[in-house]
Ligand binder design. Structure first.
Ligand code: F3S
Length: 289
């Protein structure tokens, strides 16, 4: 039996960068806070918690934060990979908190587009999931009202004031094909639109490789946090090609019973899944079957 781990499984560039930044800060012995969980993976967050890293849940927590309570040992607040609204930066400045920005540079790029184009008076359309923290962050960089669109119906129902110019950006993990379809709906309405395709390739590459692997595999294992939308998407894609697809968070969730006829087990993982967990699962399958 062969076990193949997808090359693109696990941490993408932005997540690795953010997690490394937190561990670097922990090493310095400072009090470290992250604004929101640094990545969507309970295992990473748990490990960091054990090392003393505290999570500031939301704006209210930040407001309630007494500078003295986090600064005695030169505390630091680290902004998560998904980014945050501009208001949060301002609030941190106001409270004179030491800030380290671990926003993925690809997400930061979207913030800059949104800021610039909205300053020019364009209405911003974000193609993505309204409740995702990345989208909440993106919205918070616009000077004009933002509309979030996820479905064809929402795009069709959209209307702007006469002469209103638009700028469309995408959540980095949005599906490219769906993005194109939605943009087309806006274009047909005849608006003056600037379209910035801000979808990150890391997601697309991971999804394509997972699909390819799942098509060959008898069993697929997808590893990732329960709140990770990109892991859920990977699971759905793999399941569409390979009936025996398992979604697990850690090795402890894996209840495998492999018949002898299984020749290939494929493994992939979401963008926030640490290498350590992928390796544990891989070794377990190799040794036990
Ligand atoms: Fe950044 Fe792309 Fe990862 S936007 S956080 S490198 S999925």
């Amino acid at each position: 039996m062969q076990v193949v781990v997808a090359k693109t499984a696990g941490f993408c560039f932005g997540v690795k960068r953010a997690v490394d930044m937190v561990y670097e800060q922990v090493e310095t012995g400072k009090t470290v806070h992250t604004y929101g969980p640094i990545v969507h993976n309970e295992e990473v967050v748990k490990d960091l918690e054990e090392k003393g890293v505290k999570v500031i849940g939301n704006r209210q927590d930040l407001l309630a934060m007494d500078r003295e309570s986090i600064q005695p040992r030169e505390g630091t607040v680290i902004i998560r990979a998904h980014g945050v609204p501009k208001e949060i930066y301002d609030l941190m400045e106001e409270k004179q908190l030491e800030r380290i920005d671990a926003t993925c540079p690809f997400v930061k790029h979207i913030h800059r587009i949104v800021q610039k184009r909205s300053e020019e008076g364009r209405q911003i359309i974000v193609i993505g999931n309204e409740t995702h923290p990345e989208v909440e962050g993106i919205k918070g960089w616009s000077k004009t009202p933002v509309t979030v669109v996820e479905t064809q119906e929402q795009a069709q129902n959209f209307s702007a004031n006469e002469g209103q110019k638009l700028c469309i950006v995408a959540q980095t993990t949005f599906n490219y094909k769906k993005f194109q379809d939605l943009v087309e709906i806006f274009q047909k309405k005849g608006y003056d639109i600037i379209v910035a395709n801000t979808i990150c390739n890391a997601t697309k590459e991971r999804q394509e490789e997972a699909l390819e692997l799942a098509a060959k595999a008898d069993v697929m294992i997808v590893i990732g946090g329960t709140h990770s939308s990109n892991t859920r998407k990977l699971y759905e894609l793999c399941k569409s090609r390979c009936e025996s697809t398992y979604y697990i968070q850690t090795l402890a969730d894996l209840k495998l019973d492999l018949p002898n006829s299984v020749e290939l087990v494929g493994i992939t993982a979401g963008a926030s899944t640490p290498n350590k967990i992928i390796e544990e699962v891989q070794n377990y399958v190799r040794i036990n079957f």
